[in-house]
Write a protein of this length. Structure first.
Length: 144
């Protein structure tokens, strides 16, 4: 009888051990965390004098990041990012009010933008006749 009780206890313990989960085998592998909820929007903007970017010497350059918040070395990243969002990242749509009278002196100013806007590659170049024309046609994106 004593032996039967011991055998019953051993069987009970073995059954209980088999019913318990074995270590980490029941846990799922950790899923990688998302690094951001926003598509990247990181740009480098340049300004120089010359007929094209290939001929111009870069005189000023700034960085502009618009997601999740506006930041960078641009003097007004909030306004610049707002204008780019309004234009859906299309630099050709960034036209100013055209207020002001500019002389016809030709001293070309070229602006460029390169980087990523909402996850897609951007490359933009535009040449203005002079600084006044750029200021009257451009907006705060290239005001640096």
């Amino acid at each position: 009888m004593h032996r039967t009780a011991r055998l019953a206890a051993t069987i009970s313990l073995a059954a209980a051990a088999l019913a318990l989960p074995l270590g980490n085998s029941a846990t799922a592998a950790p899923t990688p965390e998302a690094t951001s909820l926003y598509a990247p929007s990181e740009l480098v903007l340049t300004l120089g004098h010359g007929a094209s970017a290939a001929e111009a010497t870069v005189e000023r350059a700034v960085s502009l990041s618009c997601a999740p918040t506006a930041r960078g070395t641009h003097p007004d990243p909030v306004a610049a990012c707002a204008e780019l969002r309004e234009a859906q990242g299309d630099f050709a749509l960034l036209t100013g009010a055209g207020v002001g009278i500019c002389d016809k002196r030709y001293n070309p100013v070229v602006v460029t933008a390169s980087g990523v806007w909402e996850g897609r590659r951007i490359g933009y170049e535009r040449t203005f006749a002079n600084q006044c024309a750029m200021n009257s046609q451009g907006r705060s994106v290239f005001a640096f």
